[in-house]
Design a protein around this ligand. Structure first.
Ligand SMILES: C[S@@+](CC[C@H](N)C(=O)[O-])C[C@H]1O[C@@H](n2cnc3c(N)ncnc32)[C@H](O)[C@@H]1O
Length: 368
């Protein structure tokens, strides 16, 4: 372990005394022994033990899940149960290793095993069936390679592979080739449908609204907008190459770094766009949105956000670190985004509560 020098102010107030006493108290073995025998405390200490174990071993779960996806083990089970030795043969593993993996898969609730026959458990079927989940699981290996040594990772002393994976965040479309933009857009498209569902549960556009989705990629989001609200006309604004030419909506090519946003829309949405960018870029982009909207126009921001007021595992552990690794990205709380919106001039900024904060949180704001 690294020898870390701690710098601490010399003053020793009551808070510091209490903190030291508490830390010493919890780490004493006799305290732990006592806690494990007292009814309520026993549950508490077991839970703490489990939580520490979970944090320590979570990477093993992650890699088992990745193997189930990448090796095609889950996909093999899609059509029905298979014998362990057949699965082993398909995966090119010996039967004992496959048995070990299947036991782990049972513990993670990915598969069931009954009399040496393996079938998909509900969780495994969801991983396989929900659009984009398998691709999302797979692309995380880039982040985990970056994080293999957390010291240079958090010091910023390294070349982040994840930043190379999302190059468009660094500049204008001239610096990014169309094929790369199309590849990233595809990953976002596949993972879009849950975000769109939760966003459209919160937002109801008025009849015949004209909707512009800025950074809308392939148009997966607006496709769901118009499917749910057929009277709405939708347009995507994005870099060249991000769009797949899907019918049912218009596409305007441009960059919000260099171009003004098109006018004439009642609603402008930014779906999973802000968290890719620095505060300056976000402020400029939101100002462009404000300028482009008519009076009474709506802005919809939807993306995963920090836990507010309390940090949580989704926003503050995962998304904050992911966007940190992108280098120009930053996960923000709903309040931080709302404050910027109010500064720019938006009124009635509303944060819509969402049941799945790991998918998205939605903010709606109106231009005066
Ligand atoms: C994280 S993806 C989100 C895509 C889509 N909104 C979704 O949720 O699936 C960010 C999108 O912003 C687009 N984007 C990035 N920089 C841009 C720029 N300067 N101008 C316009 N679009 C940009 C990307 O091409 C990409 O489609």
């Amino acid at each position: 372990m690294a020898d870390l020098t701690t710098h601490r102010p010399k003053s020793r107030g009551i808070t510091q005394w209490w903190s030291q006493w508490k830390n010493g108290f919890y780490s004493k073995l006799w305290v732990q022994d006592l806690f494990s025998r007292l009814p309520i405390f026993a549950r508490l200490s077991r839970k703490e033990g489990e939580a520490i174990f979970q944090m320590m071993t979570g990477f093993v779960d992650t890699q088992i899940l990745l193997y189930f996806v990448r090796s095609g083990l889950l996909a093999d089970l899609k059509e029905g149960p298979l014998a362990i030795n057949v699965l082993a043969q398909n995966a090119g593993l010996d039967t004992e290793t496959l048995r070990l993996l299947c036991r782990a898969g049972v513990a993670l609730k990915l598969v069931h095993v009954h009399k040496d026959r393996v079938s998909l458990a509900r969780r495994g079927a969801l991983v396989l069936g929900l659009p984009g989940i398998a691709e999302l699981i797979d692309h995380h290996s880039i982040l985990y390679q970056d994080m293999a040594d957390p010291t240079p990772f958090f010091k910023g002393d390294m070349a982040y592979q994840l930043a190379a994976f999302w190059p468009y965040v660094f500049g204008t479309m001239g610096t990014v080739n169309d094929r790369d933009v199309a590849r990233y857009s595809d990953l976002m498209t596949k993972s879009q449908f849950m975000v769109a569902r939760d966003t459209l549960r919160a937002i109801s556009p008025k009849k015949n609204a004209r909707w512009l989705d800025v950074g809308g990629g392939s148009g997966a989001f607006v496709t769901q907008v118009t499917a749910k609200h057929p009277h709405v006309t939708a347009t995507v604004f994005d870099l060249n190459g991000a769009h797949n030419g899907a019918l049912g909506h218009d596409f305007i090519e441009g960059s919000f770094f260099t171009d003004p946003l098109p006018e004439g829309f009642d609603v402008i949405s930014l779906i999973r766009v802000l968290y890719d960018h620095s505060d300056d870029t976000v402020r400029n982009l939101l100002t462009k949105v404000y300028t482009a909207l008519p009076s009474g126009g709506h802005l919809v921001v939807s993306e995963p956000m920090l836990g507010d007021p309390h940090p949580n595992r989704f926003g503050d552990t995962y998304f904050a670190v992911y966007t940190f690794a992108m280098q120009t990205g930053k996960t923000r709380s709903a309040k931080q985004i709302s404050d910027i919106l109010k500064e720019i001039g938006f009124s009635s900024v509303k944060i819509h509560p969402t049941k799945r904060p790991f998918v998205t949180t939605v903010i709606e704001a109106i231009k005066n």
